[in-house]
Design a protein around this ligand. Structure first.
Ligand code: NAD
Length: 288
């Protein structure tokens, strides 16, 4: 019988997001023995030394064999092959969840790998994080008062959903549910587009000025706007690849508005400029 009080747990991917969740769960004594798996051996060793996990193994199928709760916390495009590898080793009643920043591609991966025989898989995405990465960035307070979005599939078992909600609430998160499609559209606009713009701006400045001394004169505005350009390149490569359509849609809307603003600057159209800046200031002031 499934032990949902202190489940035997397997964490796949010992980076910022997964390690922080495990640290919070262990801190509240909500998980049983924890087995870790990561493709980086140093991360597994460090996780064991610091007590984040009890054991690790370089054999992924073995890592999940006894697990009642499985957390997948790797870059989006690595998820499908992990599902292939664990498919025949997981317990039939294990609850699996992920933390990936795009949900449509994971939903497709699950259907491709498991076909009609879907496991108890709860798709999730914590709206918390930072530009830091790796096991050393683990922070048990990362999710406190942050939202976590779960995107249940039509087949999702209510019991499994409730279990994952509780595991996030233990970490201090506020859980909301929405559809996979709605999640990917909203996050394309609020998270993916800003990251694309930050990467692009920093890259433009870096290569258009041979001498990097211009960064010495960058003030708070540059710092605020571009902090996220220090995020993991692999993680963001995967996000833009997996959420291409929604990102392109958000980018097209933005490009249209940016071109209008360009014309306003070119023609010194004060009414147009003041309109944009005032509307944006009001919107930003209402958002804490
Ligand atoms: P991270 O780089 O800190 O950790 C990822 C870990 O996965 C690393 O330890 C890496 O070695 C491991 N890994 C990579 N490929 C693997 C594979 N094929 N098999 C096993 N291990 C593998 O990244 P993170 O910030 O923890 O991101 C993990 C997931 O969380 C991503 O899907 C990301 O989209 C999502 N996410 C990130 C943030 C954020 O702000 N960083 C926020 C919400 C969700």
């Amino acid at each position: 019988v499934m032990n949902r009080v202190k489940p035997t747990t397997c964490i796949i991917g010992l980076g910022l997001i997964g390690a922080s969740w495990i640290k919070a769960l262990r801190g509240q004594d909500k998980v049983g023995p924890v087995v870790g798996y990561d493709r980086n051996l140093d991360s597994m060793q460090l996780a064991k030394e610091t007590g984040l996990i009890d054991e690790y193994t370089e054999d992924l199928a073995l890592a999940v064999k006894d697990a009642e709760f499985i957390i997948i916390s790797v870059p989006i495009l690595a998820i499908e092959s992990i599902l292939q590898t664990i498919k025949d080793s997981i317990k039939s009643d294990a609850i699996i969840t992920d933390v990936g920043s795009v949900k449509g591609s994971v939903a497709r991966d699950i259907r491709r790998v498991f076909a009609k025989d879907l496991p108890n898989f709860i798709l999730g995405h914590p709206i918390a994080g930072s530009e830091k990465s790796g096991v050393t960035a683990a922070d048990e307070t990362l999710y406190q008062n942050h939202k976590v979005i779960l995107t249940p599939l039509p087949e999702t078992s209510p019991g499994a959903l409730q279990f994952v909600i509780e595991m996030w609430e233990v970490a201090g998160a506020k859980v909301e549910t929405m559809s996979v499609e709605h999640h990917d559209e909203v996050l394309a606009a609020t998270s993916h587009l800003p990251h694309l713009l930050a990467y692009s701006l920093v890259d433009t400045l870096a290569h258009s000025h041979e001498n990097k001394e211009i960064f010495n004169y960058a003030a708070g505005g540059f710092r605020d706007f571009t902090r996220i350009a220090a995020s993991s390149p692999t993680m963001w490569h995967d996000i833009f690849t997996a959420n291409k359509d929604a990102v392109l849609h958000a980018l097209d809307l933005f490009t249209e508005d940016l071109n209008k603003l360009r014309s306003a600057v070119e023609t010194s159209d004060s009414t147009a400029m003041m309109g944009v800046f005032t509307r944006a200031k009001v919107a930003r002031d209402h958002f804490s």
